[in-house]
Design a protein around this ligand. Sequence first.
Ligand code: SME
Length: 167
Amino acid sequence: MAEAFNDLELPTDKDERYATVAAEIASVLDGEPNRTARMATVASMLANSFEHYFWTGFYVVDPDKPRELVVGPYQGTLGCLRIAFGRGVCGTAAETRATQLVPDVHAFPGHIACDGASASEVVVPVFDKAGALIAVFDVDATTPAAFDETDAAWLEKILAQAFSAQV
Ligand code: SME
């Protein structure tokens, strides 16, 4: 389980590594209904499995302000606390309900620089099993174009497995 995962030697091939981490996440989350615990676990396990992950975490839809995201469980340097729908990469993912793969954050209109070290990012919308948007999952890197379709596809799969399929 979690202890063993920290000692696990992960495959070097990115696709194989995501497959291994996805299976480990599913195993650790099995039987845990608490959403905060599930989010914290996903952020920690992914952040510690990939060298290119610099900031890794959730912006959750604020139940009191449905068009605003508020920071949730994350790993990394201090993140902004709130992001309005439609603002920056996270707000665009929330507004459009679509994954944003951004090779150069400085070229993205309205990008929010929480940490000036961020150069590229991928943001994936997170849905509950009824299809309602509950959060976005944001991963930032300090190098340009650090994420590709492999990262995006696996993140979509891992987030769906963790939050959309939950009974
Ligand atoms: N890059 C994000 C802001 C959040 S952080 O970088 C932690 C954005 O433009 O939405």
